[in-house]
Design a protein around this ligand. Structure first.
Ligand SMILES: C[S@@+](CC[C@H](N)C(=O)[O-])C[C@H]1O[C@@H](n2cnc3c(N)ncnc32)[C@H](O)[C@@H]1O
Length: 186
């Protein structure tokens, strides 16, 4: 993760992978075990992917979307049974259609929102809300220190615009850096 961050800090957005506790918090309290379809955006090296696989049922359709080709090689080796797309999350509806899904029940995101421009935040959130089922859940994390940045506040404003419910988890201190999780309902 550090190597990829040094190569492309904006797209990678983190110096190290999410801790087991943050990854677990990402998949908790969203009834993921009942979802018929789950998508992960920006799995990186698969810290959260591992928890998603453990939590979903055998019947759940699950795929993940990762832009970075080097991460993709690692993911395919770690999780040979999972379908990965090497694409941008902005094309989510095309990938959902290719998987035979008209919409998605749960979207778990590791995308580095605070590194993105307001335009990219809007483009990606629009693609996400378009693909979500009515009442569907979107979950993502934010670094506590990142809340000093205007881009992080812009993202929070956009969450309130796109979702009917936006809730925050407790702070996960056992993560570098400490973070919290947004849980949003369409
Ligand atoms: C902060 S890392 C999170 C990695 C992992 N989910 C974790 O928590 O450890 C962000 C990931 O999002 C990916 N990414 C950035 N922009 C993307 C986009 N538009 N579409 C898909 N993946 C993207 C990066 O390549 C990187 O793997």
């Amino acid at each position: 993760m550090l190597k990829q961050f040094l190569k492309n800090p904006v797209k990678t957005g983190a110096l190290c992978a999410s801790s087991p506790l943050l990854s677990k918090t990402m998949t908790e309290d969203i009834s993921i075990e009942k979802a018929k379809s789950v998508v992960e955006l920006g799995p990186g090296t698969g810290a959260v992917t591992r928890h998603i696989i453990k939590s979903i049922s055998n019947e759940t359709v699950f795929f993940a979307v990762e832009l970075n080709e080097e991460f993709l090689h690692i993911l395919k080796e770690k999780f040979p049974d999972v379908k990965f797309y090497n694409d941008t999350a902005a094309n989510l509806n095309l990938m959902a259609s290719a998987e035979g899904l008209s919409n998605i029940d749960v979207i778990v995101s590791g995308l580095p929102w605070a590194s993105f421009s307001p335009q990219l935040q809007e483009e990606l959130l629009s693609a996400i809300t378009k693909s979500l089922s009515p009442g569907g859940i979107f979950t993502t994390f934010a670094y506590l220190q990142g809340m000093l940045l205007p881009s992080a506040w812009n993202f929070k404003k956009l969450l309130n615009k796109h979702f009917s419910v936006v809730a925050k988890s407790h702070v996960v201190w056992r993560n570098i850096p400490p973070a919290f999780v947004y849980r949003c309902r369409k």
